[in-house]
Design a protein around this ligand. Structure first.
Ligand code: NAD
Length: 348
């Protein structure tokens, strides 16, 4: 399959590109290279004859039309987005521009290409979204996000992703575009940008800096190793039913405090010091509108498509710490980018 991946230079997009190339697919990576992008994430596949890069913005209709004509993809896997919740609170405008307007422009370009090509039955437009569109859950472990849960986004980021999800469904209902939609829980793993929770904790711990935790750290998130997400995305792309949504999650609920303490224990083991790393934990003012709990019910993707995560959260966190310990040049280069590392808040 020839897949047009948008946002392939980002954290999850680069994991998908690496996996797709390893599986024998051809990939065209379309990315605007914002502050969050890193083409080094793709060093292992950049020389492949099945990999191509297009430096373009999903808000540019002329560029999109030319890319569709030049590459004639069988599918679009749409990950390009502004993805950082705290930034969406400070600067919501760019989230609406990219996540909402950009998705609409991409849908129009994909639709026009699909119609010109005679509406091929195999074509897919797969939109990658988040569980944050469903809002916040009560602590009751029996209650989880299923695909039919009403949308209730609470941050500008979540609202922009919810709007884009609705657009994708509308393009299916109105124009018949064969779409797929996935809503995934929090990802973590190698190549995670150094302003997100897990890298911030690892890197601040190593630097002897405070490990900031919002509020009391009681918020619960459902963590998934990024390579398991990439597997799920390719599976849905290949076997998902058009028009359908699939929730993806690792059933690994952790409070933020528990997660940070676990990372500290792994670091105590890997880089022992006289003072345990957990002593650097510092509680800071909570994020406005901070959702209490996210938890995914992955029954549909498990029963319909047979997907299961392969990496336990203990194993995944240990692998992630080891990756940051051995990839210092990668994260040091990104830490010097404008605006990165200025925030004290922990993001999850
Ligand atoms: P990221 O911020 O690491 O990467 C986003 C990529 O999109 C970057 O390479 C950036 O350059 C590119 N991009 C941004 N605006 C663009 C534009 N206008 N045109 C073209 N490219 C543009 O994000 P991520 O964490 O890899 O997330 C990827 C997708 O997955 C997003 O849609 C996000 O909403 C979704 N998602 C993320 C998580 C998570 O935990 N990170 C969980 C569920 C869903």
């Amino acid at each position: 399959m020839k897949i047009l991946v948008t946002g392939g230079a980002g954290f999850i997009g680069s994991a998908v590109v690496r996996l797709a190339i390893a599986r024998g697919h051809s990939v065209v990576n379309l990315d605007a290279l914002t502050y969050a992008a890193c083409l080094d994430n793709l060093a292992s596949v950049a020389q492949s004859p099945r990999y191509a890069f297009e430096h373009a913005d999903i808000r540019d209709p002329a560029a999109l039309e030319a890319i569709f004509r030049r590459h004639t993809p069988d599918a679009v896997l749409h990950l390009a987005a502004e993805s950082h919740v705290d930034r969406s609170i400070d600067e919501p405008g760019v989230f609406i521009d990219t996540n909402v307007t950009g998705t609409m422009i991409l849908l129009q370009a994909a639709r026009s290409y699909w119609e010109r090509s005679g509406r091929p039955a195999h074509f897919r437009f797969h939109h990658v979204s988040t569980d944050e569109v469903f809002g916040s859950l009560p602590p009751d472990p029996a209650v989880k996000f299923t695909e039919d849960r009403p949308y209730d986004p609470r941050s500008p980021y979540a609202a922009s992703k919810a709007a884009s999800d609705h657009l994708v469904h509308a393009w299916h209902e109105t124009y018949g575009l064969p779409v797929l939609l996935t809503n995934c829980s929090n990802n973590y793993g190698p190549f995670h940008f150094p302003e997100k929770l897990i890298p911030v904790v690892i890197l601040n711990a190593l630097a002897g800096k405070p490990l900031p935790i919002y509020g009391t750290g009681a918020q619960i998130r459902d963590w998934l190793y990024v390579e398991d997400h990439a597997e799920a995305l390719l599976l849905v792309l290949e076997q998902g039913r058009p028009g359908r949504s699939y929730n993806i999650g690792g059933e690994n609920e952790r409070t933020n405090l528990d997660l940070v303490q676990t990372l500290c224990k792994i670091l105590d083991d890997r880089r022992p010091r006289a003072t345990p790393y957990a002593e650097q934990i510092t509680f800071v003012a909570d994020r406005p509108g901070h959702d209490a709990r996210y938890a995914i019910d992955p029954t549909r993707i498990r029963t319909e498509l047979g997907w299961r995560p392969s990496v336990s959260v203990e194993e995944g966190l240990a692998r992630t710490v080891d990756w940051y310990l051995t990839h210092e040049a990668w994260w040091r280069a990104l830490q010097t980018r404008r605006g990165v590392g200025q925030r004290l808040g922990v993001v999850a």
